[in-house]
Design a protein around this ligand. Sequence first.
Ligand code: OAD
Length: 233
Amino acid sequence: MPDYRSIVILTGAGISAESGLATFRGPDGLWEGHHVEDVCTPQALARDPELVHRFYDERRAKLAQVEPNAAHRALARLEREWQGELLLVTQNVDDLHERGGCGQVLHMHGELLSALCASCDGRREWRDAMPPGSACPVCDARALRPDIVFFGEMPYQMDRIDAALRNCDLFVSIGTSGAVYPAAGFVQTARYVGADTLELNLDPSAGSTYFHESRMGPAGELVPIWVEEVLAD
Ligand code: OAD
């Protein structure tokens, strides 16, 4: 394996699948039971706040019943033991990377355990159900919403992610279908600057052909093996 100095890792719902959280696309996916536009857009929140809040309340409750798996723990080991620069970007709104031991996780699509005030932009840890009209602990406005990046909204910290991609020499994509931009385009940015690109996924993603190497299988098996390879060098 080449002597890498800077790695960017992107994870998606597939890394949490073996923990028991449903992915979005596919036969049992969350988007099979719901229309994206009913629960994951600013318009949906304005039109039917009960439905949107219930959707995220259910997912927050489910999160309390699952545990991180071997893939989350292996990435935490990489963070602890690898000497180079590492940025872990996740599209996931669960906290399984953190519970698996990762200290630095960039949640580009927001977090289930965070509440965002639409009035003051304040954020607070939120572990319970969030009835529509819940009061903001910062400014008291009844404008709390799940801290989730809805379709049509800008993902978080794109400047930081873009800078890291332009500086990396390895980009690794784990457990994501490559269906949602801008994350789906990260591989192209990384290739543009000459980085190696590796995909670890159950099935080939939409952008599979952009990767120098694709390994197919469950993240719980593939990720620990890959981390072992990086740390062995
Ligand atoms: P998807 O549900 O679109 O894709 C999950 C991917 O994980 C698929 O390619 C599966 O083949 C793969 N997969 C399933 N089980 C796996 C396993 N055990 N090991 C490895 N891979 C596995 O989820 P995402 O790509 O994360 O956005 O979806 C991207 C975004 O679309 C989400 O962040 C969400 C959604 O709409 C928002 O909610 C804003």
